[in-house]
Ligand binder design. Structure first.
Ligand code: MCN
Length: 783
């Protein structure tokens, strides 16, 4: 029997099927009478859509149907919706525009779905799609987010004047202005947070079918949030009542946020599957993924920091322009506002903060959450300012940070967040020690002797993970509750099945969730099955995003396990002939100090189902529990990332020679998995800092639409990371867990840019710090 305890590095159970090619991904599902969809997409960024000629396509062999916006509109179904209402400074509601699943009247970005062809094979559908004529009239494309609200910019949505979705603010403007008026020193910076593509290994895919016999839809889909999708298809699109829809997301090959949103393709294919009476499969190719998976980041920022004569931070102001793309995606409005501005205090005690965010539409792919979602942007703003302030004051960057750290908890920032626990100095000290910070200048000199520019960079980052509570977030504009649920079913022989509303798409939940149950019940991990990703099996859930499965999903599961133990005590009490409150449970056994009988977990399970040892009018037979956990607040993971780089001045190529991360994730369930999450996130953050950039030309054509143009980090771009913990459990959930899934991507970009700026002895360099940009900086030119 393999026992499993919290804190043990148990190998991931799911990896056996993944590495032996036994994973079952959506594209692996082929159904009887399978047909295939290919979407015809807009070739231009902005145009008036005059008409579509589909007759040649309809006549092609194997083609079952061609549908356009006119067909969809005739069905009376709804359009796609953004799930978070933001109010502007003047109290007005954000302007959303209308987001039709198939372009209607206007083409707004390259790649927007215009029509769908359904045929007996993908190739037949593709050939037919090429025969559809799009009659359109070009309109000027809005591609520069800083110009989107200028008076001469073309208006993208009829009901969104000036292309501004909202102009929002947070914090106390007067207090911040006073801090700046009284400041002994100020620093300011203009930043670009570059646009990123999510590039999950498995592209988006779905297979939709309608079963006439049950009058029910089944949608297999690569989703991070099957219940959320089902709810949207039912309540927003109006496709069918929720109980007539089943959404199944089995193995999902990564998402990084991008599979938590609602997209056109699932609406259209599910709707069409009923019209045709055939299942419809759609799998994006990589080019479609680059064009249509919601992008991340894309902000321009100007920010300032006020300091007193002692080098204490007294105020911060930030003005953010955020690109929403052509349409507001599911969480698009939330990311630059409530997921970003409340983190602007960083790890520092800053009495006055004011932030304003203007979100604009442009003729580009919609922008939404991507690993970190708003928090990397906030960390980047405060960490770049802090570096700049230390430089201006001639102070060591670590010492400057330390003297401004928050040291007492809970700490209420001026921008909503209340940090619950932490020891920022401890994480900083540990990271400095591991990287041998005090000896850095000798390494710099040694590198110089080899003609290389060596730099060191720090980021003491913080984020908000484990989103909740529902009521507070409802007041801030959320359209959905942000709790999580778990159902624990104990079988008569003592094995356990858990239905969780969290969804694993690379995070190892089948291991960590089972580890928690095995630890709680004192049973073998082999006796625990984790079920997720099927709306017919799991009652309801909010899915996985915002690093919430640990803090929120596992907490619901812990509550569910505790309810089982409580009932088990009552059952055991009858068997032991003692009062229920005299029964204790430890290490898999129920016992009472007043009795010499001990009952193993499985014995109590059996007793609960034989139902002979207790009065069933007082105690229901069976052993099953349901739990919903709504957290009292976010958790605030934090840490210190330190990066060392060497730059070749002749080529501008940056080598990351060392990277240390010491992070606080509260109670750690499985250190190996958490280290893995840190590694993945750090790699993505380094990608943002050095290599990755979604770029469009001035006509709105995507220039980075393949891996030849969009540069992902590879193993040889990265050093072997040194990752450690400096944990302080959170009081905000019963397990003390803080989320870890995004942390790596939050601290690392700041640390890398800090290191490159240090190596070049400059204030700042923009991301991505490509060889061209670094080389140009060395030459004193702009790239
Ligand atoms: N965990 C733990 N101890 C903790 C915290 C977490 O052992 N103190 C474990 C959890 O049990 C879980 C894993 O670590 O197995 C991650 O937990 P958590 O931080 O709660 O994050 P989620 O499971 O909610 O995952 C979401 C997060 C996000 S938001 C993105 S984006 C992301 C990420 O996870 N996308 C990923 N990691 C990813 N990893 C992979 N492989 N693929 C993605 O798409």
């Amino acid at each position: 029997m393999s026992k499993a305890h919290i804190g043990e590095s148990i190998p991931r159970r799911e990896d056996i099927r993944f590495i032996t090619g036994k994973g079952r991904y959506t594209d692996d599902v082929t159904l009887p009478d399978q047909s295939y969809a290919v979407f015809l997409r807009s070739p231009v960024a902005h145009a008036k859509l005059i008409g579509l000629k589909t007759s040649s396509a309809i006549g092609m062999p194997g083609v079952r149907a061609v549908y356009t916006a006119a067909d969809y509109e005739a069905s009376g179904l709804g359009t796609l919706m953004c799930g978070w209402m933001i109010h502007s400074k003047d109290g007005s509601e954000m302007r959303t525009g209308v987001h039709p699943p198939l372009a209607s009247g206007r083409l707004r970005y390259v790649g927007e779905p215009v029509a769908v062809v359904i045929a007996d094979s993908k190739q037949m559908a593709r050939d037919a799609a090429e025969l559809i004529d799009i009659d359109y009239e070009d309109l000027p494309a809005v591609t520069d987010l800083t110009q989107a609200d200028s008076p001469d910019a073309e208006q993208i949505h009829d009901d969104v004047p000036g292309n501004v979705a909202y102009d929002w603010e947070l914090g106390n403007k007067d207090a911040a202005e006073t801090a700046f008026a009284d400041a002994a020193h100020t620093v300011s910076i203009n930043l670009t947070n570059n646009r990123l593509a999510p590039v999950a290994m498995e592209p988006r895919a779905l297979n939709a079918m309608y079963d006439q016999r049950d009058d029910r839809y089944t949608l297999y889909i690569t989703s991070q949030n099957p219940h959320g999708l089902r709810m949207t298809l039912a309540a927003v699109i109006g496709l069918a009542p929720e109980h007539k829809l089943r959404v199944i997301s089995e193995d999902v090959g990564g998402g990084f946020g991008s599979k938590a949103f609602n997209y056109s393709e699932e609406v259209i294919c599910t709707w069409a599957s009923r019209l045709l009476g055939r299942p419809i499969k759609w799998t994006a190719d990589r080019s479609e993924a680059f064009l249509t998976d919601a992008h991340g980041r894309d902000q321009r920022v100007s920010a300032e920091l006020a300091l007193n004569a002692d080098g204490r931070i007294t105020g911060l102001k930030a003005s953010i322009t955020a690109n929403m793309g052509a349409y507001l995606s599911t969480f698009g409005s939330l990311i630059p506002t409530y997921m970003c501005a409340p983190l602007l205090s960083g790890q520092y005690d800053i009495p006055a903060i004011y932030c304003e965010v203007k979100s604009v539409f442009t003729n580009s792919t919609p922008v939404d959450a991507y690993r970190g979602a708003g928090r990397p942007e906030a960390a980047y703003i405060i960490e770049r300012l802090v570096d700049l302030a230390a430089r201006k004051l001639g102070m060591d960057r670590a010492a400057f940070r330390r003297q401004n750290f928050i040291t007492a908890f809970p700490h209420q920032t001026p921008v909503l967040s209340q940090y619950e626990s932490g020891d920022y100095g401890a994480a900083l000290d540990k990271a400095l020690e591991i990287i041998e910070y005090d000896d850095f200048e000798s390494r710099r000199l040694e590198a110089k002797s080899r003609g290389r520019l060596r730099g060191i960079g720090l980021a003491t980052w913080i984020e908000a993970a484990g989103i909740g509570p529902s009521k507070k977030l409802g007041e801030l504009g959320s359209g959905a509750g942000l709790w999580e649920s778990a159902q624990v079913r104990v079988n008569p022989t003592g094995s356990v099945e858990v239905m969780t509303g969290s969804h694993s798409h690379g995070q190892g939940h089948e291991t960590t969730f089972a580890q928690l149950v095995a630890d709680r019940f004192g049973i073998s991990i082999d006796d625990v099955e984790i079920v997720h990703g099927d709306t017919d099996k799991v009652q309801f859930g909010m899915g996985t995003f915002g690093s919430r499965s640990g803090p929120v999903g596992m907490s619901a599961l812990a509550m569910g396990c505790d309810k089982i133990i409580e009932k088990g005590k009552r059952i055991a009490a009858y068997n032991m002939d003692v009062a229920a409150d005299e029964v204790e449970f430890e290490d898999g056994e129920f016992f009472s100090p007043g009795s010499n009988t001990r009952m193993a977990f499985a014995e109590v399970a059996l007793a609960s189902y034989t139902a002979m040892s207790f009065p069933t009018d007082e105690l229901e037979p069976g052993l099953k529990s349901d739990a919903f956990f709504d957290p009292p607040d976010f958790t605030f993971p934090a840490g210190c990332h330190i990066c060392e780089v060497e730059i070749d001045p002749d080529t501008g190529v940056t080598d990351i020679v060392d990277f240390v991360a010491v992070d606080d994730f509260g109670t750690v369930i499985n250190p190996m998995i958490v280290h893995g999450q840190m590694h993945g996130g750090i790699a993505q953050g380094i990608g943002q800092a050095l290599l990755e950039n979604v770029s469009y030309d001035e006509d709105g054509q995507l220039l980075s639409g393949s891996f030849m143009d969009y540069c992902m980090p590879r193993a040889d771009d990265l050093p072997s990371f040194e990752t450690e913990f400096s944990n302080t459990p959170t009081p905000n959930n019963p397990l003390g867990i803080k989320g870890c899934g995004e942390a790596g991507a939050i601290g690392s970009p700041c640390a890398v840019i800090s290191a490159i700026s240090d190596a070049l002895d400059i204030d700042h360099i923009d991301m991505p710090a490509t060889p061209m940009r670094v080389w140009s900086e060395i030459q004193g030119r702009s790239a």
